[in-house]
Design a protein around this ligand. Structure first.
Ligand SMILES: [Ca+2]
Length: 254
């Protein structure tokens, strides 16, 4: 028993004497730093082991048109391509640690300017399109919101997660075809797909913790951080953390 436990520990820590055939892969830090700009605190673990940890609530980064604090990595301006030119693959194991009632965007494809093509939410808010859909009950819906035909956003349920649980997230973008795959802790797999019409605008991927807030009086969007603070306070949202392990992001060949 003791020997078996020790052996398991060695395998998990991938001791130098053992072959690390099953070692998890991640994209090297230098590659990520070359491609991505940071909004808020640096999310990289040190020494870097493939884990990034974001906290919008700790970073309190407010962008001019934002709807809440954020802490994200976004593809740097100089690296952006059009939808037709973009071939990318992101994957990682996502562990959100969030208070009940929180709603955050953990990944998105954005068009230069303000439009979003695809957003992946983790949210414990009322939403008829979620598998749970109940506000503030500790069950977080994973949802993709996709820009559909005619410019209308369409929601797709991608399972649920509780604070402190982990799910697998995989996003592929191939010349306008985007596919999101989620593997939840119960072994279920969900996918959402969209095709982005080609145009001349550049697009970019970003991921992390973009903690959503609303105007506490009107219930609408606001870009005023003082109103976000009030919204978070009223909803008991006093922390946020998105940890991603085995983070990979690669530009693939067409
Ligand atoms: Ca819920």
């Amino acid at each position: 028993m003791k020997t078996a436990t020790r052996f398991a520990t060695l395998l998990l820590t991938c001791a130098p004497l053992l072959a690390c055939a099953a070692a998890p892969k991640h994209t090297p830090l230098a590659t990520l730093q070359q491609l991505f700009a940071v909004e808020g605190n640096s999310p990289y673990t040190s020494p870097y082991n493939g884990t990034v940890i974001f906290s919008a609530m700790t970073s309190k980064y407010a962008s001019p048109n934002g709807h809440g604090y954020r802490n994200e990595l976004k593809v740097a301006s100089a690296k952006r391509l059009t939808a037709a030119q973009t071939h990318e693959h992101f994957s990682g194991n996502v562990m959100p640690t969030l208070p009940d009632g929180a709603k955050t965007i953990i990944a998105q494809y954005h068009v230069d300017g303000l439009d979003t093509i695809l957003k992946v939410y983790v949210q414990d808010t009322k939403d008829g399109t979620g598998m749970d859909g109940v506000d503030n009950n500790g069950v977080f819906d994973i949802l993709a919101r996709i820009l559909g035909p005619g410019g209308k956003e369409v929601s797709q349920a991608l399972g649920t997660v509780r604070s402190g649980e982990t799910f697998g997230l995989d996003i592929r973008f191939d010349a306008g075809d985007a596919v999101v795959t989620v593997n939840t802790a119960d072994g279920a797999q969900y996918t959402a797909q969209t095709t982005v019409p080609a145009d001349e605008r550049k697009i970019y991927f970003k991921f992390g913790d973009y903690l959503q807030a609303l105007d506490p009086v009107t219930g609408g969007h606001t870009s005023d951080p003082a109103k976000w603070d009030e919204y978070y306070r009223l909803h008991g949202i006093d922390s946020s953390r998105i940890k991603i392990t085995q983070t990979t992001f690669e530009r693939t060949q067409p």
